[in-house]
Structure formats: structure tokens, C-alpha cells
Design a protein around this ligand. Structure first.
Ligand SMILES: [Zn+2]
Length: 199
């Protein structure tokens, strides 16, 4: 998970996110099977408007696994606080609750949420604070030098996003080799996946 800085809430959302959240909450309370639909803005769905803004912040990487580039099927928006959880109905269109994510991370996380889960845009988040990277196994582990609470948070984040899934481990290994065989005067870090292991 690579740190990023969240930009200002887009104007369209700042004006209406609360109203949209309240409407969604009312609909869910009235009908528990109600399915969330992104509101329409001038003939465009809100998610289509927001996705480029969200991806700009992560430089087109997945917010959670840092996979790049995001293909069409991977261009999803994750609700960090799940929209199916009554505690978070109101946040369904809240800027701070929305993250550009790949399909794999969406499928891993599903409707899971834990208060310990780390956010890549939290002011105090940094990969090296919470995690260590094994360049032999290409696996991610909690940083043993931090508090037990921070270690628990790292563990929970690895588990919920399935960051040590075998396919992902292999993809990281291949990317690391590609990085090492690239002329260091020519590379652009953002052209690689998993930037946290390259820094
Ligand atoms: Zn991902």
C-alpha cells in the first residue's frame, strides 16, 4: 500500500454528498434490499466523474495493492466504509470514503471492514512504518519494531486486502526483476507497480 495525499473534495461532491447519503440511508431503511446506484450528473454517472480524480491521486495505481496500470475491469471505486453497513450509509458519496481500487482488491475486501484497517491517505501512514518487505519471498509482513497495536493494524490490512495472495506475490517478484533490469537513469517510478517495495 503506497501512501498518497488526498486532494480537495470535488465541488460537485462537496455540494451534494450529504444529501445523497441521506437519500441512500432512507432508501436502505425503507427497503433493506435497496441497491446503491451512483447519482447521475448532467447525463453522466457520478462514479465516471470521480474515477479520474481518484486515480490522479494514486497516479493510476490501485490504492491498496498499488497494481498498475489499472485496466478497464479494474477501474472500480471502493467504499472504505462499506455501503452495506448501516453505520456508514451516510458516507456512500463522501469523498474521504472513496478509493480507486483494482478488481482483485475489491473482491478480497468485499464488505469487510475493521476499525484497525489502514488507509493509504492517512496523514500518519507510511509503508515502512507499518510493514516490512521480504525481497526473498516477496511477501509483506507487519513491522516487528512498532507497537503491538500498529502490528495488529498491519496484520489486519494484509488479511483484508489479501496482500500475500500467491498470484500477487509472483507479480511482485516479476515486477521487482523488471525494475532491477531497467536503467536507473531512465525509469519513472510511477510506471511500476508496487512502488512501496522500490523506494
Ligand atoms: Zn489492488
Amino acid at each position: 500500500m503506497q501512501k498518497f495525499v488526498r486532494t480537495e473534495c470535488p465541488a460537485i461532491l462537496a455540494e451534494k454528498w450529504q444529501k445523497w447519503g441521506e437519500t441512500y440511508a432512507k432508501n436502505r431503511e425503507r427497503d433493506p434490499g435497496f441497491v446503491f446506484q451512483w447519482p447521475q450528473i448532467e447525463g453522466q454517472k457520478l462514479n465516471q466523474v470521480l474515477l479520474p480524480e481518484l486515480q490522479k491521486m494514486t497516479r493510476q495505481h490501485c490504492s491498496y495493492c498499488d497494481g498498475y496500470p489499472l485496466r478497464i475491469a479494474d477501474q472500480t471505486i471502493d467504499h472504505f466504509h462499506p455501503k452495506s453497513d448501516a453505520r456508514f450509509y451516510q458516507e456512500v458519496c463522501q469523498w474521504e470514503n472513496l478509493y480507486a481500487a483494482c478488481r482483485n482488491c475489491q473482491c478480497a475486501k468485499k464488505e469487510d471492514y475493521d476499525e484497525q484497517l489502514l488507509r493509504p491517505d492517512a496523514p500518519d501512514y507510511d509503508f515502512t512504518r507499518y510493514f516490512i518487505y521480504s525481497f526473498i519471498e516477496h511477501t509483506i509482513h507487519p513491522n516487528p519494531r512498532v507497537s503491538s497495536n500498529d502490528q495488529k493494524r498491519a496484520e489486519m490490512t494484509i488479511k483484508i486486502f489479501y496482500l500475500n495472495e500467491p498470484g500477487l506475490i509472483e507479480t511482485r517478484r516479476i515486477e521487482f526483476e523488471r525494475y532491477n533490469s531497467t536503467d536507473s537513469t531512465e525509469y519513472i517510478l510511477d510506471d511500476f507497480s508496487f512502488r512501496f517495495m522500490l523506494l
